[in-house]
Design a protein around this ligand. Structure first.
Ligand SMILES: Cc1cc2nc3c(=O)[nH]c(=O)nc-3n(C[C@H](O)[C@H](O)[C@H](O)COP(=O)(O)OP(=O)(O)OC[C@H]3O[C@@H](n4cnc5c(N)ncnc54)[C@H](O)[C@@H]3O)c2cc1C
Length: 411
């Protein structure tokens, strides 16, 4: 399938809504209370095809494209953003790094199981030296020792690193070479020694899906699990983060919609002075601002996803979509909490914790300031956002004959 029709997109939306309502909503609070990672539920989501929309069928994807993927993210986050916490690791950053940078053998070995939710993924780039300049400021070092690398250092905010089976981790192989000294590795913490993941206490975020500090002490990676050549890591992560940005924007859109829908309902139900608070003009003003921002975000997110489906230069529009949608999520979360009054701070109401996710999408995978820099430097002509379009030398996720050919050659 090259481009999903609008009927197919709406069928995907419907499928996600049914999956979330039937499988996730009834049990997710229990997983949160027990602080338990819902491994079987992730596998079910993988089986339902929620992680593979942008990958070709040859590696277990549905090849429906970026618009379908955006709708999946939007609806999952609208219904339960906590469960969507591992979408990136299962269907975006981790498998994309392997797909873009790996050999056909590595891709076939690892990507299908990640998309199917059979193995739990992870992507670890950030370090305490600063996520916005993660590659430039990287201290973690991978030393070649015969047939293996031994990696030593410390990574920050590695989401679900305490659960992962197969992840992608970035480390320096040449300390002096700046971003050209960064190398990407497929890591298997349950198989090799030297890995300790320590969950971080995060305010308002999931207790079932944790983000971690990872301590690496001569952690072993076989040379055959290196992605690309030494020094290819920066290229691989940049190629991965751009489509990922639209995914984060879609998640933020889902959060904004959840806040708006809850606020609308509450404004009709809550009565003060003998009338629903929705009758107060200042509450109406808040609801109107939310509705306007959501419509604008939706248009931007879908446009960016459609441009990616058409293989058009989309780095600039993706940055605009991510910036706008994450601002919208923050605005809607803030206004929803206010409309709920004191109840907006009670954990029982999801608007209380949706605010933390809005903040996270504002910062994660390229902070708001970083998006603004990208947009402004493009506008000023200092650095065109789409200057690398089609020139990375890495494979295109949706149009790839390499795998099919190599599979036939292997037979
Ligand atoms: C819950 C959560 C989960 C995460 N999961 C992962 C994960 O799985 N894997 C992973 O690798 N990372 C992950 N991250 C890290 C995330 O990508 C980083 O937090 C993000 O890139 C920002 O980095 P930082 O927090 O170090 O902030 P910094 O980079 O230190 O930025 C601090 C502030 O400075 C601003 N700033 C930065 N550069 C400039 C500039 N040039 N001009 C003006 N202002 C600037 C930023 O906008 C921000 O406001 C996660 C983070 C969170 C919170």
């Amino acid at each position: 399938m090259d481009k999903a029709t609008s009927e197919e997109i709406e069928a995907v939306r419907d499928l996600v809504q049914r999956f979330m309502q039937n499988e996730v909503v009834p049990v997710m609070d229990g997983f949160e209370k027990r602080a338990e990672f819902p491994r079987d539920l992730v596998r079910k989501a993988g089986e339902a095809g929620l992680y593979g929309a942008v990958f070709p069928e040859s590696v277990g994807g549905s090849n429906m494209g970026y618009l379908a993927a955006a709708v999946i993210q939007e609806e999952m986050c609208r219904i339960d953003v906590r469960f969507a916490s591992c979408n990136n690791q299962q269907g975006s950053t981790c498998p994309s790094c392997i797909y873009f940078g790996g050999t056909p053998q590595q891709i076939r070995k690892y990507v299908p199981n990640l998309l199917a939710g059979k193995t739990i993924g992870m992507m670890s780039l950030t370090e305490s030296g600063g996520g916005s300049d993660a590659a430039g400021n990287m201290r973690t070092f991978a030393r070649r020792d015969g047939d293996v690398y031994r990696i030593t250092g410390q990574k920050m905010f590695a989401s679900i690193a305490n659960e992962t089976d197969v992840g992608v981790l970035f480390a320096k192989t040449d300390r002096e070479a700046g971003t050209k000294g960064v190398t990407a590795f497929i890591v298997q913490p349950k198989k090799y020694p030297g890995w300790t993941a320590q969950p971080i206490d995060m305010m308002g975020l999931s207790s079932a899906f944790r983000t971690n500090v990872v301590y690496l002490d001569d952690f072993v990676v076989p040379v055959e699990d290196r992605l690309g050549d030494e020094g290819d890591g920066f290229k691989i992560i940049m190629r991965t983060l751009q489509p990922g940005r639209v995914g984060v924007a879609a998640k933020a859109l889902g959060v904004a919609r959840a806040c708006y829908e809850d606020a609308l309902r509450y404004a009709s139900e809550r009565t003060l002075r003998g009338q629903p608070i929705g009758r107060f003009q200042m509450i109406q003003s808040d609801l109107a601002e939310m509705a306007v921002a959501i419509e604008a975000s939706r248009a931007l997110v879908y446009k960016a996803a459609q441009m990616m489906d058409e293989s058009l230069p989309s780095n600039r529009i993706a940055a605009i979509a991510k910036y706008h949608a994450s601002q919208t999520a923050k605005l809607c979360a803030d206004k929803a909490v206010q409309i709920f009054g004191g109840y907006g701070l009670a954990k029982e109401y999801r608007v209380s914790w949706y605010r933390a996710y809005a903040d996270m999408f504002f910062t994660g995978e390229g902070s708001a300031n970083v998006q603004k820099i990208l947009i402004a430097e493009d506008a000023l002509g200092y650095k065109l956002a789409d200057r690398h379009h089609g020139k990375t030398g890495l494979r295109d996720i949706r149009k790839d004959d390499v795998l099919k050919n190599s599979e036939q050659a292997d037979k």
